[in-house]
Structure formats: structure tokens, C-alpha cells
Ligand binder design. Structure first.
Ligand code: AHR
Length: 333
């Protein structure tokens, strides 16, 4: 058991950020804060940028980073967190791939007196003392924003509006939260009906595959059981872009184009903003990946034994076809 733990620690050490090859001593003679960070993987352009943000902020703040990539597996995240405990890092931060199943490992961290920051996605636990802070997005609110846009757009339109939903990773707060907020707000108008929902796991190629399967089964028409889809609500840009690629390859236009298929997507990566500008997407709900500085600020305070706010929802915007689209700053991802 012990040697397995040591092996994991060694492999983690290999991923220490450039310039921080060992537990180092700063010029002032102080040990830098040692932060263990467990990332989900690289399922989307958003996620890749989120990892960049963490690495960059760690470097800029003189924080020694142990960065571990879980390749979409919760068990790898749990192993990484255990290795951080064995290595006696000052602070642990992680992006929980799903909401449940963290209590045991977080209790181990607590018993070792290592504070934990939950980043980007939330966890579900009865014991709130298992982590010090959450920093990231408010996914339920993102879902509500998407629904509010639709309620406004279709106000007074008459008839019913059928929705196809692309979910992200089931069990994650990002996907479940968006789905929850969307339904909550949309229930205010019975004209909206979600007639199809499938998980594309936040992956672009899966978005395309879902579109391909639907179109193949319906003679190239975007419909389910003979009913035309009026609205696509997608839990991330990657899946949206994959889905729209397949539609375009079969000559089906979306957004402001003549087909009248409304598209609402979450993230706000540059490609989605470009499609909002070209009229292929109607609404983009921003999800902020650039949370590195906030995480480092909290890590420094926690390592110094200070308290930090328990909940930090980062500021996020909504961009719609009704806005002055020139105001949107270029994205980095
Ligand atoms: O947790 C945030 C979500 O995860 C983003 O919407 C998605 O693109 C990412 O992979």
C-alpha cells in the first residue's frame, strides 16, 4: 500500500510546474505555498483554458503547484487527493467531476488539517466542514438565464415550442445545475416542452454524433417522433458546435437563418461568439474559466491560517442576438 502511495507521489512530482522542481525556498527564506490541484481532464476548450488559468496564476503568485489530470475519472481524482495528503501539501483544490462521492477522501484531508477549495463545480455533502470554500460558476443561475432568454424571445408568439436539450456530464453540478435552473424558470410558460434530452458529456464530437443519429433516423430533418425541434439548449459550446457542424453539413441552418431553430448555449468560447455574430446562435450564457487568481488568493490565505469566504460565484454575462455584439471582448479560448 505504502509503495503504491509513494509511486503516485513520484508521478505527481513529475507534473510540478516548470521552475518549481522541488519544495523550494523563496528568496525571503520562506517556503512557498504548496497547492495540490486535481483537474478533471481536457474535455472541452473551456476546460483547457481553465487549466491554463490555474497554472498561470500559480506561477504569477509564486505558488508551487502539483497539477494532476484525472482523465475524466473520479477515482483518479480521489487517488490524486490522497497523494496530495501523503505529500503534505498546504492546500488542496479540485474540480469535482460529479457532485457525490467525496466525503471519505475529504474527511482524510480534514483529519490531516489540509484545507480544501472546491473549484468550478460543486459537491453535495451533508458535512459542510469538509471544505473551506467554493470558487466558480453558478450553474443553476446559468440555466435560469437561458430560460429567461427564451421566455422573452417567444413572448406572445403563440403555439408550443419544442426543445432539444444537450446535457453535459450527468451527476456534475455544471450539467445538473443548468438543467435544473432551465426547467425551474421555463415552467412559468407551459408552451415550452423539452421533447428530447441526451448527454454529450461536454464533448464536441459527442454533440456531432447526437445530431448525426437524430438526422439519420429522420430523413435529414431535425425532428423527434415527427415533431419539429424549435429550440436547441446545450449545456456547453463544444457540444453545440459539434451539433451545428452536423446540421450545416446537411444544409440545415440555425439561429436567425430561415429554418427558425433557436440555439442557446453555455460557455462563451470565441467560436460560439463568432456564431452569435454570424446569426447561427441566438444566445450565449457565459461561464467563466479564468478563476486561477481567485483560487490562488484563497490558497494563500488558507495556508496562512486565515479564513476565506465560503462561496464565491464569479461574475458572468449573457450575450444575445439583441445586444451590441461589438462590445464583447475577444476570448482567449
Ligand atoms: O464545469 C464547467 C463546464 O465544464 C463547462 O461548461 C464545460 O465546457 C466544461 O467542460
Amino acid at each position: 500500500m505504502k509503495s503504491a502511495g509513494v509511486l503516485i507521489v513520484i508521478s505527481l512530482l513529475l507534473t510540478i510546474s516548470a521552475g518549481c522542481k522541488n519544495k523550494q525556498v523563496t528568496q525571503q527564506g520562506k517556503n512557498p505555498v504548496l497547492l495540490g490541484f486535481s483537474q478533471i481532464g481536457a474535455e472541452s476548450a473551456w476546460r483547457t483554458y481553465n487549466s491554463k488559468s490555474i497554472r498561470k496564476a500559480a506561477e504569477e503568485n509564486g505558488i508551487q503547484l502539483l497539477f494532476s489530470n484525472a482523465e475524466q475519472k473520479q477515482e483518479n481524482q480521489i487517488k490524486a487527493i490522497r497523494s496530495f495528503i501523503v505529500y503534505r501539501v498546504d492546500v488542496i483544490a479540485f474540480v469535482p467531476i460529479v457532485q457525490d462521492g467525496w466525503d471519505n477522501v475529504l474527511r482524510e484531508a480534514k483529519n490531516a488539517h489540509i484545507p480544501v477549495i472546491v473549484c468550478d463545480r460543486k459537491i453535495r455533502t451533508k458535512d459542510e466542514s469538509l471544505y473551506a470554500a467554493y470558487i466558480g460558476t453558478d450553474s443553476v443561475e446559468e440555466g435560469r438565464k437561458a430560460a429567461r432568454f427564451l421566455l422573452q424571445k417567444y413572448e406572445g408568439a403563440g403555439g408550443t415550442h419544442s426543445i432539444l436539450e444537450l446535457r453535459g456530464t450527468d451527476g456534475s453540478s455544471a450539467s445538473d445545475g443548468r438543467a435544473q435552473g432551465f426547467r425551474e424558470e421555463l415552467s412559468k410558460n407551459k408552451a415550452f416542452r423539452i421533447i428530447y434530452s441526451e448527454s454529450g458529456n461536454f464533448i464536441r464530437s459527442r454533440g456531432r454524433e447526437i445530431a448525426r443519429n437524430i438526422l439519420d433516423a429522420n430523413n435529414d430533418a431535425l425532428q423527434i417522433g415527427g415533431e419539429k425541434i424549435d429550440i436547441i439548449f446545450s449545456a456547453n459550446d463544444g457540444m453545440t458546435l459539434g451539433f451545428l457542424e452536423e446540421l450545416a453539413s446537411r444544409g440545415i441552418a440555425t439561429g436567425n437563418q430561415e429554418s427558425g431553430i433557436t440555439v442557446v448555449t453555455v460557455d462563451a468560447q470565441q467560436e460560439a461568439i463568432d456564431k452569435l455574430r454570424s446569426g447561427d446562435i441566438n444566445c450565449v450564457i457565459e461561464c467563466e474559466p479564468d478563476i486561477g487568481q481567485e483560487v490562488m488568493d484563497a490558497a494563500k490565505k488558507l495556508a496562512a491560517g486565515e479564513r476565506v469566504p465560503r462561496l464565491l460565484h464569479v461574475e458572468e454575462e449573457i450575450f444575445t442576438e439583441n445586444d451590441d455584439l461589438l462590445r464583447i471582448a475577444p476570448r482567449n479560448y
